[in-house]
Each structure stands twice: as C-alpha cells, then as structure tokens.
Write a protein that binds this ligand. Structure first.
Ligand code: HEM
Length: 414
C-alpha cells in the first residue's frame, strides 16, 4: 500500500512539474523577452486585439522588448523578429508555419501554396514566378475620360476592378475577358477574403465587405500619395513627358523613369533583394506588414536558442516604420530613396515582398510592372486630387488598406 502511495505521489509531482514547465506562462521555456500570455489557450490574442491589429501589436512589442521578442500565438510560443540583422540570420528558411495561417485553411484549402512547404512548395513557387502583362490600363483611361470633370470617383473600387481583371487574365487567359464572369468571381472572392480577415485572430480585424488584395492596395496607396502630394505628382508628370514622349511605359524605358522607378515604385526588372531597389509607396503604406516561417533546425537567433518547429514572425512592417532607420516614418517622402540616402541604410531594411528562403512574393514583378503602366497612363492623362478634408486612416490586417473609401477628382491634363 505504501509503495502504491509513493508511486502515485511521484507521478503527481512529475505531472505537476511537466504542466508548470509547459504552461505558456513558464519563463523557463525561452530566454527571449516577451509578455506573459493572457490566457492558456488564447495566449496574447487579447493583447493583439487590444492593440487594434497584429502590426500595431508588433510595433508595441518591439518597442518594449527590442528587435527579438516572444509572444504566445494561442498556446504556442512564437518568436517575432524586427531588425535587418535578424532578418539576415533567418534569410535561408523556406517553410511557413501552418499554425499562423491555420484559420484560413477551410477557405483556401490545405493544398494552397500558403501551406505548401518543402520540395513541393519550392516547385510551386518557381512555377508561380514564371507565370506572371496586359493592356487593361488603356481601358480604364477610356472609362475615366468619359467621367464629367470634378465628379467624385471611388478610388479603391476602381483599383480593385483593375487589379482583379489583370491578375485573372494573366493567370487564366481570355476566359476572363468578359466583365460578367469577373463579376461572378468577384462576389465569391469578396466572401472568401472578408472571411479570412475575420478569422485572422478570431475576428481581430473588422470584416470589410469590400474585398481587397495587395495589388489593388498598392495602386490605391500610390494614387493616394500622389493625390495628397501635388508637388510629387507634378514632378512625375514632367518626368513621364520628358522620358516617354509619345511612347507608353515599356521595359526598355522604365528604368529611365527615375522618380517612378526608383523612388515611388521599385524597379520590376531588377533584383528585389538589392538594396538599390526600394521605394516610398510600399514603405509608407506598410502594404504587407508581416511574413512568417517555421524554424527548420535548432538554431540561435539574436543570441537566443530557438528550437526547430518554432514559428517565427518576420515583422517587416515594424522595420519599414523604424524611426532609427526611417526618421519621421509616417511622412511620405520619396527623397528617402535618393542614391545617397539608400547607402545609409543596412541591407534587408526594405523587404515588403518577404525575403526568406527565396520565397519572395512571385507576383512582385507583375504587380510593379502593371502598376507602373497604369500610374503613368493616369498621371499623363489627369491631374488627380483628393476631395477636401478627407482623413485617410490605415487599417492593418493581413495587408494594409485605407479604412474607408478614398474619394478623388480628376481634371484632364490634355
Ligand atoms: C504590391 C503587391 C504585393 C505585395 C506587397 C505582395 C507581398 C507578398 C508577401 C509579403 C508574400 C509572402 C512572402 C513570404 O512568405 O516571404 C507574398 C506571397 C505571395 N504572393 Fe504576393 N504581393 C503582392 C502582389 C502579388 C500579386 C499581384 C500576385 C499574383 C499575381 C502575388 C502572388 C503571391 C503568391 C502566389 C505568394 C505565395 C508564394 C509562396 O508561398 O511561395 N502577389 N506576397
């Protein structure tokens, strides 16, 4: 009997010790500084919710704990990194952590590239990179030319329609020439995207019925910045006329467009990992605030031990708004990307398309080339102005979008 009691007590002690060690609150599990979980199952989700978005939570987290910090993604210990030096340490990791994107699985399916790792993920990434041009910008200019002067135009709605049509035609060909087919797909897409935003951390982001993607947001932000900075818009107009003459934007002349190619939008024809290719639209808008990886082998990050299997958030948006790297970070200023200024910043301080494991966004060249063609066509045809007294507030979710519609007016340039 005594033997049984000793055995039972030993088992209970071992179990209690194991639970204490494994509990999210236990600091023994990591030396990386970070907040305790609010709740065993929810981890720091309530804190993220209170911050307003994951991006805003990460900004606060890194301000408090430094460039490497821990957090609890539900019950899982997760690491977040936010410095060019730490990005370098993680630059070879390819696989994504399923758990960070788990809530999207029922919508996207397990076979989505978002969840595909290893050899298969690499094969599919290469296939995407090869796939992604179009002349749809002319169609939009014709539509806008028919709009009476000073009519109010919903910028986001138009940019969405343009981008989804461009991507669909590039991906699936002439089946998507017809606007009705596109409209049907858009309804399905609206539903899926707003569900995804809803599910990001169990409803942290308000579901916007308007569906959005990164491409139309890039266009929306670029036009918004130009509309709110008339001096930059006029400079761009002059540059376009001087360099292009009667021609359209083409691969041969794009890199002569200094302001457009180097300062507003990065060059789609060159290596995105080069520090020379950086731009103010993607920086200031923080279009895509984070990427994530799962640590493939036991390693050290910033002097801390990180076991294989640990999810690591790469807070690229925090770095794009780091005042040490980009002083007065919320100010839109294309001069930050002058040749002299670029040399002052460390490598990997501008990574809006991701960087790790050569898993950079395969659509980046496509998005930039198409955006350049459309922006050039719009700015050469119209003077774009914001309706007076609009306050444009960014909302950070999976990507950063304006909280509400942005209203513009157009006056014909010629
Ligand atoms: C300005 C617009 C865009 C931005 C800022 C952007 C940004 C990103 C980022 C940050 C990632 C994650 C990379 C990583 O995990 O390291 C990504 C992945 C991806 N993007 Fe984009 N993207 C844009 C436009 C596009 C477009 C237009 C397409 C398609 C035509 C596209 C297709 C993809 C795909 C398929 C992936 C997943 C790649 C993989 O998992 O291997 N993106 N993008």
């Amino acid at each position: 009997m005594l033997q049984f009691v000793v055995f039972a007590v030993t088992i209970i002690i071992v179990l209690v010790a194991a639970v204490i060690f494994l509990l999210p609150g236990s600091k023994k599990i990591t030396t990386i500084p970070g907040p305790d979980p609010v709740d065993f199952l929810e981890g720091n989700f309530p804190d993220i919710q209170a911050a307003g978005s994951l991006h805003e939570f990460l900004v606060e987290l890194h301000q408090t704990y430094g460039p490497i910090a821990s957090l609890w993604w539900g019950p899982r210990l997760t690491v977040s990194i936010a410095s060019p030096e730490l990005f370098k340490e993680q630059s070879k990791v390819f696989d994504r952590p399923g758990c960070i994107y788990e809530q999207f699985k029922p919508l996207l399916g397990e076979d989505s590239i978002l969840f595909t790792n290893g050899l298969e993920g690499r094969k599919r990434h290469t296939a995407y990179s090869k796939c992604y041009s179009s002349t749809l910008s002319k169609e939009l200019i014709a539509k806008w030319s028919a709009v009476p002067a000073n009519d109010h135009i919903p910028l986001r709605r138009y940019m969405f329609a343009f981008s989804i049509k461009t991507v669909l035609q590039a991906s699936f060909g002439s089946y998507f020439n017809d606007d009705k087919t596109i409209y049907k797909l858009r309804q399905a897409y609206d539903f899926v995207w707003s569900e995804m935003e809803n599910r990001l951390l169990g409803g942290i982001t308000e579901a916007s019925r308007e569906s959005l993607d990164r491409f139309d947001q890039l266009l929306t932000w670029a036009l918004y910045f130009l509309a709110s900075h008339q001096d930059v818009q006029d400079q761009l107009f002059e540059e376009l006329n001087m360099v292009l003459g009667d021609k359209d934007v083409e691969p041969e002349n794009y890199n002569d467009l200094n302001l457009m190619a180097n300062d507003l939008l990065l060059s789609p024809t060159s290596d995105p990992e080069s520090p020379e290719n950086e731009d103010e639209t993607l920086r200031c808008s923080v279009l895509s605030p984070f990427a994530a990886r799962v640590q493939d082998v036991d390693t050290e990050l910033g002097g801390h031990r990180v076991p294989a299997g640990t999810p690591v958030i790469q807070a690229v948006g925090v770095v794009l708004k780091d005042p040490e790297i980009y002083p007065d970070p919320d100010r839109f200023d294309p001069d930050r990307f002058s040749d002299e200024m670029k040399k002052t910043r460390p490598n990997l301080s501008f990574e809006p398309f991701g960087f790790a494991g050569k898993r950079i966004c395969p659509g980046y060249q496509f998005a930039l080339a198409e955006s350049a063609v459309l922006l050039a066509a719009i700015i050469r045809s119209f003077k774009v102005k914001l309706i007076d007294d609009q306050v444009v507030v960014p909302e950070h979710g999976l990507l950063t979008k304006p909280k509400e519609e942005i209203w513009i007016t157009l006056s014909k340039r010629k």
